[in-house]
Design a protein around this ligand. Structure first.
Ligand code: SF4
Length: 344
């Protein structure tokens, strides 16, 4: 028997075509997508405004419904889930915040090949890319468990631009008004800084926000912390970000900067950051490091974080501090998966 396809792999147009092959009218696609994406149906049987024969042929060809988490870890601010993927392996996703202000943090790969020195995900390498449907499934699952989520960040496991097409297709899927209908402006794609992909995204990508992990104010420190992007120098990275800003009518790139005590949190770092970022629209987001077992890095203490923040502001940088939600639930990417793997 042929293997079933994950329903969320299908775009609306592909679903219409599939229905036409079954001799069904196009409007059925709207009925099915309402059940799948607005009502979070966990089986085709629930779709009671479809005939029994349509439900049966759907169930014979597709699987649908939220994934059952292997492990969850939650506090008042965040819930992290480890989800089994239909194609094998498991990935993490996180709901951060509550109510309609909640954000879903999605993974794009099983693991990551970037080997960032401070990251738990990078420790195991990359097993494979996720499919479009597997990326969408994470959001479907979080919405089914925790209610409506209107903000999405592609900041979980993996380098989003190493799975470029699936990421773009999944954004098109979740922003399609006939499916989930989220606003592109509430979606953020994050990259470690794959320069050619930033240029490509600037030219042809959906109009989402873009975050680039900077994490250093000089080339040598960045190369050491982020060996996966060391082939591109900071000048080329910033030019690519400027191209993105230009292509989006002045929308600034957010530069994420994980604060590591004694490594990138000095007054000189703030001065160098100012020289790098001030020539273009920017937003600098400081993120005190979330400790990863087995890594020697430490977050600066709150006083030092505040001092660095003030130094950046004084240098004319548009700066904020992100106080990591979910510190208590091992929310930095890759930590829950690693913990479960180590316990096995
Ligand atoms: S920080 Fe992001 S890009 Fe770097 S290894 Fe971890 S998942 Fe990959």
């Amino acid at each position: 028997m042929a293997e079933k396809t994950l329903f969320y792999e299908l775009s609306y147009d592909q679903l219409e075509m599939w229905l036409a092959d079954q001799g069904e009218p196009a409007y059925r696609a709207g009925q099915i997508c309402e059940w799948a994406y607005q009502r979070g149906a966990s089986s085709f049987d629930e779709m009671t405004n479809l005939s029994k024969s349509v439900r049966e042929v759907l169930a014979a060809n597709f699987t649908i419904g939220p994934a059952e988490p292997i492990e969850t870890n939650a506090d008042k601010e965040a819930e992290k889930m480890l989800l089994p993927m239909p194609g094998g392996a498991e990935v993490e996703c996180v709901r951060m915040g509550m109510g309609s202000y909640a954000s879903a943090c999605l993974s794009t790969q099983v693991g990551c090949s970037m080997r960032c020195a401070f990251c738990a995900t990078g420790m195991g390498g990359c097993e494979r890319n996720l499919t479009v449907g597997e990326i969408v499934l994470q959001l479907v699952t979080m919405r089914a468990r925790t209610g409506d989520i209107r903000n999405v960040v592609y900041m979980g496991m993996g380098e989003a631009f190493h799975n470029y097409q699936a990421v773009v297709d999944s954004i098109n899927r979740i922003t399609d008004k006939r499916e989930m209908g989220l606003s592109p402006g509430r979606i953020t794609v994050s990259t470690a800084g794959v320069v050619p992909a930033i240029h490509r995204y600037a030219k042809e990508g959906p109009h989402t926000e873009l975050t680039v992990s900077l994490n250093a104010s000089d080339q040598a420190t960045r190369d050491r912390l982020m060996p996966g992007v060391s082939r591109w120098d900071l000048g080329d990275l910033l030019s690519a970000c400027a191209a993105f800003t230009e292509s989006r009518s002045g929308q600034p790139v957010t530069f994420a900067y994980v604060l590591l005590e004694g490594i990138n949190d000095t007054f000189e770092d703030a001065e160098r950051l100012s020289k790098l970022l001030r020539p273009q629209p920017h937003h600098l987001n400081l993120i005190p490091y979330n400790k990863v077992p087995g890594k020697d890095f430490k977050s600066p203490n709150p006083f030092r974080v505040d001092t660095f923040y003030k130094a950046c502001c004084k240098q004319g940088l548009n700066t904020s501090v992100r106080h990591s939600k979910g510190r208590r639930i091992a929310a930095a990417c890759g930590q829950l998966r690693r913990r479960v793997q180590e316990a096995d």
